[in-house]
Write a protein that binds this ligand. Sequence first.
Ligand code: GLY
Ligand code: MN
Ligand code: MN
Length: 407
Amino acid sequence: MIPKNRREKLLSQLNDGALVIISTNPEQLRNGDVYYPFRPHSDFWYLTGFKEPRAIAVFSKEHYTIFLRKKSPEREIWDGECLGIAKAVQTLGASQAYPINDLKHKLPQLIANATTLYYDFKSCILDDEIIQCLDGMQTQSLNEYLHEMRLIKDDNEIVLMKKAADISAQTHQLAMQQTKAGLFEYEIASIFDANFKKNNVEHAYTSVVAGGKNACILHYINNNQVLNDGDLLLIDAGCEVNGYASDITRTFPVNGKFSKAQRQIYQIVLDAQLAAIDCIKLGEVVTKPHQVASQIIQQGLINLGILQIGEDLSQFYMHGTGHWLGMDVHDVGNYQQNNQHRQYKVGMVTTVEPGIYIRKNDKINPQYWNIGVRIEDNVLITDNGNSVLTKAIVKEIDKIEQLMRLK
Ligand code: GLY
Ligand code: MN
Ligand code: MN
């Protein structure tokens, strides 16, 4: 669906007299006059296709008005060309376009005929003067409508997600093949930086490249330690393509061969992941994968004597089994409907990412200490079950070992 159709679909669900106001992200200052690379707000990008900072869209069934930066020859010397007002109507399909600084003068006119204002109070950046213009209007949150739309991916969105999955999968395989003891985590992280750049895509999130005990730190991003012979390496890394993310984790031995203890833990996680993926289908309740994965992990750890019956699993498995994936890596969309866990629908994409993390613990046989394993794939719900978008990357023990022999 193109942004115009998305706006129409959104408006068709709102009251007559609805007016939508949506802004993009602010630019983020790093220091001095240096900014972080700009990434548009996903809601704004989804509804407008416009990727410049400092822009606000206001639309109803009658008009689509965009406020954006004026062209400025002085600024463009530093920052490059921007779209400007003159080209905005045609390029963005707007009915009218104005400089962003005109918002406060134009808004009273635009809201005059509106009965309900829809905007997201948290992400919509409006200054106080503008908020005052809206005073007294009936306002409603946009998210329940907009995020429900974003949750169901159409064919074009799936093409982008598949492309992101393919580039990330190829890069994970490169990383597996290039890993060896003595390298540093950042050297493996740089394979992702280089291959994503080479494909002209962005990281969807900061890579986790965690050798040995670092794999037990869930959000480890320092990526600065040496890789040791005999340790596992956990890599959670993925790119986004035109704003659509992939989110993949693989765990493999630094020296290419799983030890017995690593193999035992890895196989439990893999069994849990395969069983969780298997139950993802149209109509299944979204809590099922976590329930299935947790049961398998619990039983597996009890069988190895790592967990005692009645003990809390969360000391070894402390996160969920998946989340929605889309323009945001932890994508929008409710997990509940009418106060109940909702069911999968065709076009949703979820991650499936069980794990086991065993820190040093005197109650556990030391052969299991510092083993952290997570396996994460991206799964699309289809008419006849599901499709694993990230299946190009190996995850069975013998296939990983075989790939790592092909250096
Ligand atoms: N990469 C973030 C996550 O797996 O949720
Ligand atoms: Mn994830
Ligand atoms: Mn991840």
